[in-house]
Ligand binder design. Sequence first.
Ligand SMILES: Cc1ncc(COP(=O)(O)O)c(C=O)c1O
Length: 364
Amino acid sequence: MKVKFFSESKKAQKLSFEIKKKVGNILKTGKYTNSDYVKKFEDKFRKYFKTKYCVAVNNGTSALHLALLALSIKKGDEVIVPSLTFIASVAAVNYVGAKPVFADINKDDWLINTKIIEKLITKKTKAIIVVHLHGLMCDMDKIKKIAKKYNLKIIEDAAQAHGSSFKKNQPGYYSDVATFSFYPTKNLGAIGEGGAIITNNKNIFDKTKRMRTWSHNKYNFYEVSFNYRMSEFSAITLIAKIPFLKKDVDKRIEIANKYKKQLNLKSFSKFNQKIKKHSYHIFAIRINKKKRKNIIKHLKLSGIDTNIHYPYSLPKLKFFRIKNRNTNSPIANQISSELLSLPIYPELENRKINYTVKKLNNLI
Ligand SMILES: Cc1ncc(COP(=O)(O)O)c(C=O)c1O
């Protein structure tokens, strides 16, 4: 049996009529980028997340970059980031010339450790980037308290958290600005690429909106900016898919619960289900680091694709090590060497979940 790590061929087929019809419209008008469908998507997305503003861009990394620029983070500033996340969360800090300062993660939920954040704050600290890793939101009330005490900005990297909540509030509620990726495998993925910024702050909205497309009016440029525009084709596919988000996340939760019940290992992330809704962009377990490679190999031989999110602790990467005063992240070092991500997506059939569980239980 073949178990792919990700597939949505059935949904793509279901949506192909609606998508083709709208593509027909843009072929007629010739408006291929950052136009009416992008505006329509921004409106739908901002309403979904109950924020005042949304700016759609070409990917999640650009969204982070613009968010940092809008908060005037620059050379000489420090930004606190988690040690375990996708590299883009931290690369964006380097783009603006600021210095990422790594905070280690918690052993139980693998998210940024709020107790460590306070110890890392200096006069140079301007912001905290929290990452809702795998679809589990960070402890936003604690983060907000710290940010208020030290007058820091909060950016939520919600690239993996479409459909997640903390105390019933979604990304965008607790922060100055939240950013998303619509990479195809995300809980809400474009057929193509995409990203978005949501905020309730008019200044952040104005600045990110103008900087995504060269900060110009008809006759002048205000500042050096970027081409971070979203294509109309991506927007069409996102408009078609957004109505499925809630149901898709419910399905992901159902699959995660099956794994949790049936797997002999109980080393998945632990969190308070009364407070947090995990959207399971990723379902990961921890396994013995000495056995990981072998388990991946044997699952592959049985036709089961797996992945690792992420196999590195970021402070260990050479280019961050040179720039950083805090490279000590023992928990991220340990957990990154043990994580294993299993297939999880709405179209994953029961027989494939059962097969994956059976093969994995045999190996562990
Ligand atoms: C946590 C996180 N941040 C940022 C990004 C960057 O998004 P993109 O690939 O759309 O640039 C990703 C994408 O995988 C991500 O998972």
